[in-house]
Each structure stands twice: as structure tokens, then as C-alpha cells.
Ligand binder design. Sequence first.
Ligand code: SF4
Length: 285
Amino acid sequence: MITRSKYFPVNEDKASSLSVEDEPSKEDPQPKPKKARKKHVEEKPEKREDSQSKWEPKNWQVLFENIKKMRSGADAPVDTMGCDRCHDREAPVKEQRFQTLVALMLSSQTRDEVNNAACIRLRNAGLSLDMILSTQTEELEQLIKPVSFYRNKVKYLKRTCEILKKEFDGDIPDSVEGLCSLPGVGPKMAHLVMQVAWDQVTGIAVDTHVHRISNRLKFVPKPTKEPVQTEKDLEDWMPTHLWKDYNTMLVGFGQTICTPINPKCSLCLNKNICPSSTDKDKKAR
Ligand code: SF4
């Protein structure tokens, strides 16, 4: 399925492992009416032609392929405990979508291991929309603790469930706009939900790993301060068929090699061409 949000053009690739680390909180949600959902699905895609890009990063294909090679072992936490691994694959599809939304809402600024464990505790306690609404706030807090900002996240979850029940027939929104109407959900998280829950790629999800590494690789024309600018800059040049896996690829790379502090440049296949390499044996830039 190909759709187009008000934010970004899209491609038709399928979902893969995903992770998110930080998402801005929002207040005063304004959910869209249900009738807007069908309109969104029927919109025609705005295909991005690679030849339209005016700027592209130096050596990006080689840098990209090297990261793919380094990630081929799928040995990062995101590969087994990312947000697309937090739902019960035996559950009805509608419940899986809800579980995915919950996993992503809990995941901001939380390690995959911690988030995955919290999701398992919630599922063991009977996670569902009605369960969230009927369970005491304090009990939910205990279930998801030590997820970061667990008190705020419980508030968001409860308010989200009220909205889903009233405005979306108990399902989750199937558009970036609808998802962004939920408390605590911004475009980045919405892209991930669309990819995992609805099998649609609506943009590049930029978390702290993606933001940091994209800047280190100079995959943006100028250094960016905010992930939202990184996302825009990446989408301006990156072929859309690469958007699907970019988040998982870089999150895992950031968890294992291109770490926030002291990146392991000496182990990196890009050490000789990466603009930010700290390896002393690098030969060229
Ligand atoms: S050379 Fe260092 S900074 Fe560059 S991508 Fe590799 S680990 Fe990251």
C-alpha cells in the first residue's frame, strides 16, 4: 500500500525492525474524525525521482553498503527487542497494531531491552485498550517501570485509549495525521507505527542514533541540530526504497559500533572514508 501524508512522500516497501529513542511530548490532542482515514488511504503517491535530487552525500553508496555489511549479523538489541518485536504475533491483527502503538509510545528515551521487558509485562497482564482504561494508573506505572518518564507515558496511554475508543473504533489511526493527533505521538513515531502496524512507509524515522550518525557521515548538507531537520534533509536526497531499513540499520549500528561516545572507528569498515572517523590509520577522506 502506498500513501502520502501531509509530511512526506512515500514508497511501498514493507516493514522491518524499528526503534525509537526520543519523541517530543504533546498536549491537547485533537483527533481527526474517522472519515478522514479513508481519504488518506486513497490518496495517490507523489513519487520521488532520484534524479531530482540536487545534492547527495559524498561516497554515500559505499558508506551505506559498508554499514549494511556491518549490520548483516543482526546482533544489535534492536534486532531482537525493537518495537516491531514487542507484539504478540499470535494475537488478532487489530490487537497487534495496538500493541505496536503501545510499544512505540513507551520506547522514547528507553533502551530496547527495558522497553521490551515492559511490553512483555503488559501483555502478561492482558494488554488491551480496555485493560489500559480499566487499570489503575499506579498499577500501570508499576508494570512499565523503569521505562523512562513512565508516569507521563501512562497518562498518554490512558488518554490515547480514550481517543482510540471514541474516534477510531478501538483501532489505531492509519495515517500520520491521525497518529499525530494522539498525545505523545509525533511524526517520527507515527512513521514507525505506519511501517510496523500498517505496512506503509511514510517517511524516515529519525531518532538520536539516526540523527547522530547521519551527521557523522555527512548525510546532511549542513550539520543539523534537530532530528526533524535531519529527516527532511535525508528525505531530500535518499532514494525512497532505502527509507524502510534506514532506521533499523543505523539504530543497530549506533548500538554496536558508531556509539554516541567513543565510536569504535577502528572496527568500522568506513574508517577510511567516514568524515568523522577517529581512527588513526585512516588513509583518506
Ligand atoms: S568511522 Fe567512526 S564515526 Fe565514522 S561511521 Fe564508523 S564508527 Fe561512526
